[in-house]
Design a protein around this ligand. Structure first.
Ligand code: KG4
Ligand code: ZN
Length: 413
């Protein structure tokens, strides 16, 4: 029998965010309740800006530096005594992600488990967590402190695992992944579609770089696209129910181009009509590159106006590909719950479009659409704690020996 009440420490280091969360948890896999005691995240974004992307060895160095600082801060906030055994369980991301970065979290977890198991005279198990399962389960989390709303990074919030109607579909969109994950049953996963080349967040970042926008490019492109949308007050209504009509509607949605330009800035929607649930973003990225080249050839400078237009059209194209295939999968698999999570789920246009489609498309309007709290879309250790606890309860007898946990960069669900 699992203890009715335990403390769990979770660690996230798969990419460029270092996270440590401590929570108090009780209950089973379908009704667990969590209380956030401390939730601390340190972002390395500024350090990676000069490289225009995450530089793995630098990420590793930063994680090594940040982990003890965040642990100290978290223990202080929770007033737990590190000289005794402060937690009962440790959860750590072991993949997918950058292996040098993943190893820092795993090694840290192993050292802590060893130290605290010795002082507490009882073994502290380590649950290895798949980062992508964390993103799916982040939909339940609450990162905001319940007691002191002015503290942005320390927790006190409580939340519960709610029973979701199955089948569930998760659209996972981040800098490393673009996947459609089907769960016919709770905590069972099957990838039914994914990108065949670049992840959507990666495409946002690379296109931003081409347009001279800073890293990470997703929020920058999104800001400009919103600005363009506001200026044009462009409507995108009129969705119909059948899948065919949905394609027609999407494709006919044209943006207004600067008249003086003389040619269209329209971009392709790769694989929109393919019969599978896969995505492709590398061609879309290259199409932006060619537009920039053509513009320069025609003697146009890449003005703020043109950058805004390209950002707008790129965002429209990328989000159409995501929402169209997702809606098709919801219809095809008779999905009851749809989760949209990962860094790109911060994108306002994606959220609005997904909501609008669910509202207007008669064939999928019954689906329950869920997004995580915006702070939990990007990488965090709170979601790792949720996934870690639920997996511990589910597979308690199969928890691996701490020293056997290995970073697995290309881990799949
Ligand atoms: O999940 P995440 O924090 O890290 C990975 O696991 O990759 O996602 C980061 C990605 C970056 O590519 C970033 O540009 C993108 O999410 N992103 C966005 C937005 N905010 C973050 N992409 C589009 N629109 C946004 N508002
Ligand atoms: Zn992630």
């Amino acid at each position: 029998m699992p203890p009715t009440f335990m403390k769990i420490l979770s660690i996230e280091t798969s990419c460029d965010d270092t996270g440590i969360t401590i929570m108090e948890v009780k209950g089973g896999t379908e009704n667990a309740s969590f209380k956030v005691l401390a939730n601390n995240l340190s972002s390395q974004v500024k350090i990676h800006i000069p490289y225009g992307g995450v530089y793995p060895m630098l990420a590793k160095r930063e994680h090594i530096k940040n982990l003890p600082i965040l642990l100290e801060k978290s223990l202080k906030e929770t007033k737990l005594n590190k000289k005794q055994k402060p937690v009962d369980l440790i959860a750590v991301t072991y993949g997918p992600g950058l292996e040098p970065a993943l190893w820092t979290g795993i090694t840290f977890a192993q050292e802590l488990a060893k130290k605290w198991s010795a002082v507490g005279r009882s073994v502290i198990p380590i649950v290895p967590v798949n980062h992508m399962e964390g993103h799916i389960l982040s939909v339940f989390g609450k990162s905001k402190p319940a007691r002191n709303a002015s503290l942005s990074d320390s927790g006190g919030g409580t939340f519960k695992i709610r029973k979701l109607k199955t089948p569930t579909l998760s659209l996972l969109v981040s800098g490393g992944h673009t996947q459609l994950v089907l769960s016919k049953k709770w905590m069972q996963y099957e990838i039914i579609g994914e990108t065949v080349d670049d992840a959507v967040g990666e495409a946002f970042d690379k296109v931003a770089r081409m347009l001279g926008l800073p890293y990470p490019g997703g929020p920058e492109i999104s800001k400009l696209a919103e600005q363009a949308r506001l200026e044009k007050k462009q409507g995108s209504e009129g969705l119909r129910s059948a899948a065919g009509a949905r394609i027609e509607q999407f494709s006919s949605k044209k943006i207004v181009y600067p008249e003086k330009l003389g040619f269209s800035l329209s971009l392709p929607r790769p694989m929109l009509k393919s019969k599978d649930f896969n995505f492709s973003f590398s061609g879309l990225k290259t199409a932006v590159l060619y537009k920039i080249r053509d513009l320069k050839k025609a003697g146009h400078e890449l003005t703020h106006e043109l950058v805004t237009e390209l950002a707008h059209e790129f965002e429209n194209a990328a989000i159409e590909c995501l929402t169209y295939k997702t809606a098709k999968a919801v219809e095809n698999y008779k999905i009851k719950t749809l989760i949209v999570a990962g860094g790109v789920a911060c994108n306002k246009h994606l959220r609005n479009e997904m909501k609008r489609i669910v509202r207007q498309d008669l064939t999928i309007r019954e689906v329950n659409l869920l997004f995580p709290e915006s702070e939990l879309n990007t990488d965090n250790s709170l979601m790792i704690g949720i996934a870690g606890y639920l997996n511990y309860i589910k597979n308690k007898k199969k928890v691996p020996k701490p020293q056997s946990i290995k970073a697995t960069g290309n881990l799949r669900l």
